[in-house]
Design a protein around this ligand. Structure first.
Ligand code: ATP
Ligand code: MG
Length: 547
């Protein structure tokens, strides 16, 4: 199938171009700069920038900055960084709804002059209470009959700062009995005495989303205004506004389904709550499905784009399995990530018959299938460490790792046999005293020994101590209840280990590694210190359904 026919939106664009309805494609990605972008936004970014690229059009990065209380330049900068990092460019087309405040104000006055808008002096609570329901019509405001002159005067005085927040609003005069509740005289402007991050104190009235969005789309010549399905009911208002002002262009609003992921919530609002209550460390907490969090976790832009490609674009609301995102990570890392060894929960191993001095160098390929990645040097010696979980004092049948009297191969090194277990006061193993077989070196093994298992190890003399974090799901349930999300949080969503990592990892310029038998890890750009790296687990080697 040709690229452009992948989904109903590309179908529609192809048709509009073929019909001559448009001769180019103009889209926009309209984030509100009030928090970090999520992988849900990434779906919209890939779609908006993607279709424009495919059809030779252009895309605006338009900040929807109509609520000065929550918005900031800091979020604008972070959003620009994330969109650019995802691999998309907007060129000269970074715009702001606030660029159009003057024009929007003019359209509002036009609606007033046409008797299509009026100043309502009811409180927000009264406006909400008189809206009616799906089964009952709303009640008209006592101020609905104000004449044009009075409305214009009040609106200008609202704008001039004569009134306090909430004293008046501007509402569209549509139909208080409209079956679509959105059409029951929606609020177009509210008073908000707050300093805006771009317009400062120039304005104390701010336009509402429904009024702003359609007009900005039209002013920018957007040919396809793509938004998520929860705006389906707002489409009627989108069209109403454009039909009632003098503007010679009317873009179509086209809805697609929002991305939801299992085992997480997906909204700036919910993430802010989790951050404010201290459940996660910040917008870039590696457990959050924010772009910043995924990047810090170790996801690359290519993995996220691959994921967005695979989920596709439909009108079907659903929740995508986290395994798909993890699959995209594994798929890329399998080939790209150099291999290394790290022991997350070290148990000391002493090689009692080691006579080679402090140690000897053994070499291992960085990647088993990519010789061009070269080799790294490891040091084998008398004081090693293995994973505590790779030893069993009383092994179950067919155990393939180390146990008293048993043999195992140390990956890229030698075969060892456990002769003696030194226990601590509680009876837990604290050191294994082992024999190694000098003629069993990996690659030149002439020992004839056939141990069943191969385990990873570290050398206590040269290993780098590293803090290694592994992550579970942020929530215990696939569909957390946003209203009560704290109850669904997984208390064990992160585990930090003081690990021993092979030293070649420090010298390597790579940022992502497969720690053999454990998983894929990313050198944390924030917490790593010279000589003391921190790593974030990206994904385990294999899929696991456990939260
Ligand atoms: P959030 O609560 O996460 O901020 P939002 O709907 O307020 O979501 P905006 O900041 O207004 O998001 O988002 C800009 C664009 O990104 C909108 O067009 C919106 O439809 C789209 N978008 C946001 N979340 C998702 C999602 N989960 N899946 C697909 N598109 C999304
Ligand atoms: Mg938002």
């Amino acid at each position: 199938m040709p690229e452009d026919l992948r989904d109903f939106i590309r179908h529609r664009i192809r048709r509009d171009l073929a019909d001559g309805r448009h001769d180019t494609v103009v889209t926009r990605f309209p984030p509100e700069p009030n928090g970090a972008l999520t992988i849900g936004h990434a779906k919209s970014i890939c779609l908006n920038f993607g279709v424009a690229q495919e059809f030779g059009g252009r895309t605006y990065l338009r900040f929807d900055d109509t609520n000065p209380l929550r918005e900031s330049q800091e979020h604008v900068d972070a959003i620009e960084r994330d969109v650019a990092w995802l691999g998309f460019s907007w060129g000269e087309r970074a715009t702001f709804a606030s660029d159009y405040f003057e024009a929007l104000y003019g359209f509002a006055e036009q609606l007033i002059r046409q008797s299509d808008a009026y100043v309502d002096s009811q409180s927000a609570a009264d406006i909400a209470a008189t809206r009616g329901s799906f089964t009952t019509p709303g009640t008209p405001s006592p101020w609905r009959g104000r004449n044009v002159a009075e409305n214009l005067d009040l609106f200008r005085r609202m704008c001039a700062g004569e009134f306090a927040d909430g004293e008046h609003v501007l509402r569209a005069k549509i139909d208080m009995a409209a079956p679509n509740l959105v059409m029951r005289d929606p609020v177009l402007y509210r008073i908000r005495h707050a300093t805006h991050h771009r317009t400062g104190d120039a304005w104390c009235i701010y336009p509402m989303y429904d009024f702003t969005h359609c007009l900005c789309d039209a002013l920018e010549g957007v040919t396809h205004s793509l938004c998520t399905l929860e705006f389906e009911n707002n489409r009627e208002l989108y069209d109403w506004v454009l039909d009632h002002v003098d503007i010679n262009y009317h873009p179509p609003q086209i809805e697609f389904s929002r991305l939801n992921l299992e085992y997480t919530v997906m909204s700036t609002r919910f993430f802010r709550q989790l951050i404010e209550r201290g459940h996660v460390a910040g917008w870039d907490d590696p457990r959050l499905p924010t772009i910043a969090g995924l990047r810090r976790r170790g996801y690359t832009a290519a993995m996220i784009r691959d994921f967005c490609e695979r989920i596709g674009v439909t009108r079907q609301d659903n929740r995508v399995a986290m395994e798909l995102l993890e699959f995209c990570a594994r798929r890329a890392l399998e080939d790209a990530a150099p291999r290394a060894m790290a022991v997350l929960d070290p148990l000391a191993v002493t090689i009692t018959n080691y006579a080679g001095g402090p140690g000897e160098t053994v070499t291992a390929p960085w990647h088993p299938k990519r010789p061009e990645m070269g080799e790294r040097e490891l040091e084998f010696g008398p004081r090693l460490a293995i994973e505590r979980a790779d030893f069993a004092a009383s092994p179950p049948p067919k155990y393939r790792r180390l146990s008293p009297g048993a043999m195992v191969r140390l990956r890229h090194g030698y075969i060892i046999r456990c002769d003696e277990v030194v226990e601590d006061a509680d009876g837990a193993a604290k050191e294994l005293r082992c024999t190694y077989f000098p003629n069993s070196k990996s690659g030149s093994d002439v020992s004839g020994l056939k141990p069943k298992g191969v385990i990873h190890w570290a050398n206590q003399r040269v290993a780098v101590p590293a803090s290694v974090r592994t992550y579970g799901r942020l929530f215990n349930v696939a569909a957390p209840d946003p209203a009560n999300m704290v109850a669904d949080l997984n208390p064990n969503s992160v585990a930090t280990a003081q690990a021993l990592v092979e030293p070649a990892v420090l010298a390597s310029p790579a940022e992502r590694f497969q720690f053999e038998r454990v998983g894929y890890f990313h050198k944390d750009p924030v917490d790593s210190r010279a000589g003391a790296p921190a790593f974030n687990g990206i994904v385990p080697l294999r899929e696991s359904r456990k939260p």
